[in-house]
Design a protein. Sequence first.
Length: 261
Amino acid sequence: MSASLTGCLEEMDRRGLIPDGCLAVCCVGSVARGWSNDSSDYDFNIISTTPWTHEGARNIPVPLTPAVVPAFVLHVDGRRWEIKYWLDSQVRQMLDKVTWEQFEADNTTAKALVDAEELFLERMSTCLTLSGSSWAEECRRQVEASAFRAFVTTRSLAEADASIEDAVGQLAAQDLDSAVLSARKALGHTVDALLESEGNFGSRTPKWRARRFRETQPKALSFGEYWALETMRSFDPDAPQAWVSLVVQRCKDLTLEVEIS
C-alpha cells in the first residue's frame, strides 16, 4: 500500500464510515495508479454485504438492485475524499452483464454498462486494497475472465466509426470547423479502443489518455505520432482539410489493428 494511504482505513473506522459486513476497502483512481498530484482527490470503493446510509450522502443511480450507490464526501487534512459504497450483490449483477455469453448474444450493443458501473469494473485492475485483498483479487480475476474488455473496446470502436463518418460528411459539405472537431473525437475514441484492447481502461476519464498510452506503448502507434496528432501539431488553420483527412485516414488504419478479445 502507498505510504500516502497510511492511516486512511483507521480514519474511516474512527468516523464510522465502514459498514457492517465490509468485504473490501479499495483506493481507486489517480492515487492508486501513481498519477496523483497535491490537489488530487482520494477515491475509495467500499464493498459490503449490507447497505450503508449516512447523513449527507448522495445517491448515484445505477440500473441494479438496489438502484443506488451511496457516495460520501469528506475533507481530511485539506484533501477531498470520496467514498462509494457498493454491495457485493451489485458487483455480481455487473459481472453478469459482461459475460461472454452476453457479448456473443449481442455484441452490437456498444454500451453494456452505465458510466458508474464501467468505472467500478475498470478500476479493479489498478486498485490498491486497504482491506479485503482476497475479495479484491477474486473480483479482479472475474473481470479479467469476463468480456468486459471486449465490451468497452467494441464501444470505443463504434464511437470512433461514428465520429469518422461525421468528419467525412462534414468535410464533404465544407463544414470545416465541425469536421475538425469530429476528427478530434475520432482520434480520441480510436486511441481509447487501441488501449482498451490491451487491457488499459479509462476512456471515461480522457485527461489520463497520455498516461495510459505511455504505460501501454501499443505497437500500432508510437507515442510521438500519437502526441503530434493529439496536439494538432501539423494543423494549418488556413487549410484544415489536410489535417482532417490525415486524422481520418490514420483512425481508419488503426481501427483495423484493434483486436477484440
